[in-house]
Design a protein. Structure first.
Length: 219
């Protein structure tokens, strides 16, 4: 079986996989075995950051909806200290906002979990060569986003830190628990929470959860 190689042809493409479902993660790892070098796996966004920092892969293939920190915000953080890493998002969502947010975060590829397995290899190969690969099902959104048109609603009102806090709170964590995850004080979490509510025009905890669900910050 052919092993995909990087531009230099000297070594196989090094890949990190991230998905919060163990069976899905193992299936992708098994499928890619022998065709690329899977150097690490993760099941949430924070673990993904650590694994990528430790392994420095060529390509990250990640789900978007993951606990603690979603794949899009995790990729943004990774790009700040490893700008050469290429990202392929592999998800169930084909809605315009999610696709657009991924592109704005620096996605080099975007696939649906309903795509053929062979398409994943094509995407990894393409982005490792410096190209882009977006599945045909999201082509219209990609074209609108890359041309500078509004594809319908990608939401940029919140900072990455605010989205991190919103995701943790929407997952049911207390402000003290969120503070522990982010190594902040509960007072700082409370400050951000009310700034988020003010920015979004939301005045209840239920409203924050509904916003997080609508914008795919939690599943």
């Amino acid at each position: 079986m052919e092993t995909w190689r990087t531009n230099s042809g000297e070594s196989p493409i090094r890949v990190v996989l991230a998905d919060d479902h163990t069976l899905v993660l193992e299936a992708f790892k098994t499928f890619l075995s022998g065709q690329v070098e899977v150097v690490g796996t993760a099941q949430d966004g924070r673990e993904l950051i650590k694994v990528v920092r430790d392994t420095k892969p060529d390509v990250v293939v990640t789900d978007i909806s993951m606990p603690g920190l979603n794949g899009v915000d995790a990729s943004t953080k990774i790009s700040q200290y490893l700008p050469g890493v290429r990202f392929v998002f592999l998800t169930v969502s084909d809605d315009a906002e999610t696709v657009a947010r991924s592109i704005r975060a620096g996605a080099h590829g975007y696939l649906l979990k309903s795509s053929a397995a062979s398409e994943l290899l094509k995407a990894i190969h393409a982005v490792a060569k410096g190209e882009q690969y977006f599945t045909a099902a999201v082509a219209g959104v990609v074209e609108s986003e890359l041309s500078g048109e509004d594809p319908g609603a990608a939401n940029d009102q919140l900072t990455i830190r605010q989205r991190e806090i919103l995701q943790l709170l929407a997952e049911g964590r207390s402000m003290k628990e969120a503070a522990g995850v982010l190594h902040l004080t509960p007072r700082t979490i409370a400050f951000h929470k009310y700034r988020i509510m003010e920015a979004l025009g939301i005045d209840t905890n239920a409203g924050l959860v509904q916003y997080a669900l609508k914008h795919k910050l939690v599943s």
